[in-house]
Design a protein around this ligand. Structure first.
Ligand code: SF4
Length: 444
């Protein structure tokens, strides 16, 4: 082995686009590359090869991914493309003939092989280069835990099942081992992600696996209960409102996991939900939300919706807005429907003109904002727990309450918080609020 190869391990740059699931994929790829002796370069300049982990879900995400590939080629020249857009290898190669390799989502071996070819490892597999919990791209105090891949639903607007396939759940003890390592490495908050968290374990018939001398079932409720014993905040994302979701609400009321549910309802009009192929009955859902709040009054419900789906009428929008008035969800995002290449919804009649989508989106957001503002206003004067994300030089800090997931929800902006550090959980008196954020001061 030459002295040079020992002194200069190859460096990989990474551009990670898309959802938290793609971020977890990037982390896995980097963990493997670090194990193989690679270093991570924070700049294009310093990298021997650049990996672009793409998203191909919406046309706008596709455009962003193509732009990122173009930028990496212009800045570095040696580029490997992976992720969801990797399923369109031909189109990528046509646009960027210089791309070194194209691999699809979760093709970890293929992408690592392509990196080996582009910049051969100089040190061999030095496993001790990898920190115990793997390589994380999220700040150290919170971490995403992916519990399954793929999805058994076939929502008309979504191409994820055709990209990622049917549901494949990880064994529950593998998930728990990873979560425990993350907590040991400093994670104070675990964000459980998948395409459909409430379906966890369905594909493996909820098979139990041994964990700490006990048998634990691969089931959302059992997983949530076990995660709740690790000493970190546990937040559940992408939960479908199946009846068994009711069973996790007592765990929230008892403080095992955060009183937070991220449920992508997508719409409330039965006709639109049917056209979307979403199995849901919104009246029953309202009853269930009410029951959840009776059991756990602090529960925070986050959701996303789509307006302007093909065939959506003014009446459907009225139903949606009335439903929102009743449901009074805490955190709400809304997308204007976009046709996605390969989605079944493209064949549906009744495309909604762009200006009508825009107008419906505005009406939706106005209502959602008013609900959010009223809910946050009601918290002024209360005392809440806040996890610190960042501390600035002027003695202020930015954090999140139990009601706020990183990047998608609101923040709590703190004054006189110079003594705190990222990952601290502090008691805060809420002094003010606006549509999305709270303002406060840590208690002594
Ligand atoms: S539940 Fe529907 S929207 Fe979500 S990944 Fe599955 S098919 Fe796509």
């Amino acid at each position: 082995m030459s002295v040079k190869s020992l002194a200069v391990p190859p460096k990989v740059g990474l551009v990670s686009l898309g959802c938290p699931k793609a971020l977890v994929d990037s982390e896995r790829i980097l963990t493997k590359l670090r194990a193989d002796g690679y270093q991570v370069s924070p700049t294009y300049d310093g990298a021997d090869v650049v990996l672009v982990n793409t998203c191909g879900f919406l046309d706008s995400a596709k455009a962003e991914s193509l732009e990122a590939i173009g930028e990496a080629i212009a800045e570095n020249g040696r580029v490997i493309v992976t992720g969801c857009l990797g399923t369109e290898a031909e189109m990528i190669r046509e646009r960027f003939p210089n791309v070194l390799a194209v691999t699809g989502p979760q093709q970890y071996e293929a992408v690592v092989g392509a990196v080996h070819e582009a910049a051969p490892p100089s040190l061999g597999p030095y496993v001790d280069l990898v920190p115990e919990q793997g390589v994380k791209l999220t700040p150290r105090h919170y971490a995403y835990v992916k519990i399954s891949e793929g999805c058994n639903h076939r929502c008309a607007f979504c191409i994820i099942p055709s990209i990622r396939g049917d549901l494949v759940s990880r064994p529950v003890n593998a998930v728990l081992r990873e979560a425990e390592k993350l907590v040991e490495a400093g994670a104070k908050e675990l964000l459980v992600i998948s395409q459909d968290t409430s379906a966890y374990g369905v594909d493996i018939r909820h098979a139990a696996s041994p964990w700490k001398g006990r048998e634990v079932r691969a089931h959302m409720t059992d997983l949530a209960r076990e995660l709740g014993t690790l000493g970190a905040w546990v937040r559940l994302h992408y939960v479908y409102p199946y009846p068994h979701v009711d069973d996790v609400i007592p765990l929230m009321a008892e403080g095992h996991i955060l009183p937070y549910l991220d449920i992508p309802f997508q719409h409330a009009s039965p006709a639109v939900l049917k056209a979307m192929k979403r199995p849901a009955n919104q009246d029953k859902t309202l009853d269930r939300i009410k029951r959840w709040r009776d059991i756990c009054p602090d529960i925070v419900l986050r959701s996303t919706f789509i307006v302007g789906f093909p065939g959506e009428t003014e009446e459907d929008v009225d139903i949606l807005l009335d439903w929102l008035d009743e449901a009074r969800l805490d955190r709400v995002g809304c997308f204007k429907y976009e046709a996605v290449e390969g989605a079944a919804a493209n064949a549906l009649p009744g495309a909604v003109p762009e200006e009508v989508k825009e107008e419906r989106w505005q009406r939706f957001m106005e209502k959602a904002q008013a609900i959010s503002a009223a809910k946050l206003e009601a918290r002024v004067g209360t005392t809440i727990d806040v996890i610190i994300d960042e501390v600035d030089e002027e003695g202020g800090a930015t954090g999140r309450s139990k009601a706020d997931a990183p990047e998608i929800d609101g923040r709590v902006l703190l004054r006189d918080a110079g003594h705190t550090k990222p990952g601290d959980i502090v008691r805060v008196e809420v002094e003010d609020a606006d549509e999305y954020d709270l303002y406060g001061v840590p208690l002594a």
